[in-house]
Design a protein around this ligand. Sequence first.
Ligand code: COA
Ligand code: MG
Length: 288
Amino acid sequence: MHSRRALLYMPGDNWKMITKSVTLGVDSICMDMEDGTAVNKKAEARATISKALQELDFGASEKLARINSVGSGWEKDDIEAVLPYHPDGIVIPKVESFEQVEWASRIIEAAELKYGWPINSVRILIGVETAKGILNLKEIAAHPRLDAIIFGGEDFAASIGAVRTKDAVELLYARQAVIVACAANDLQALDIVTIDYKDLEALKVESQFGAGLGFSGKQIIHPNQVSAVQEAFTPSDESIAYARRIVETFEASQKEGKGAYALDDKMIDMPLLKNAQKVLARAKAAGK
Ligand code: COA
Ligand code: MG
């Protein structure tokens, strides 16, 4: 699975921002037809994204297109406009049911067959960011074409009538619901946008908190946000070294017939081994 520590949005009708995005070394580039694009610019966004998919070299960055929500009335024209140019994935916002993912999955599979692309070569990422979406996560997250669930904090706050605060305590339950659904289905979980994009200290704190909760990456909206987010979602050298020591010493202790043992005055047993293995997997995915 593509590593998605930082997923950068830009309005799909903004050619200047799209051309800039491919120079940033960002993990994923998400050209948006939904809320980042004005209602009277939807057609222009479809055309601009199609042009970008045909003409630009995205390098190692993943190229994604976000359609409008299923039921908005725009979704069919959105997906049909960009799909022929083989984006790496389609992002569906405000998903509330399994059927909405299945709708996109069928259209994508038909395109894969029509153009002779490998089956599943176009992935689906979904936004789950409403009360209904959170309640239906169990069914939704089991869809086989999914790679990642993106949690939209502003949309969710609007959906439940919460007041957004800096430490985002009002979002904690839903963020953890998304993380649990992702962990249970081997999906990536992508955290909220820090909309105050000039406050890099706040971004760092929020990114580290999200990584600690178990998110694998974070949505961003400005080039300034790329490096801090990539760093926060890449295991540090110390945590990698410690994870390696746990893996090595665990094996030796098993051979001695001990399930639990002491390392640096801390108890190590199976769950700590599993967590250490997760750290090493994330480090590897980030190219470390
Ligand atoms: N992607 C790529 N490039 C971007 C960018 C983005 N999301 N946001 C800004 N840039 C570029 C600008 O074009 C500018 O380029 P230049 O130096 O070559 O002229 C440079 O980065 C600096 O931009 P800046 O002037 O600081 O920002 P701004 O005032 O032009 O725009 C926002 C601020 C928030 C309006 C803008 O960042 C944005 O639209 N972000 C994406 C919003 C979005 O997609 N929302 C929907 C999903 S949540
Ligand atoms: Mg949104």
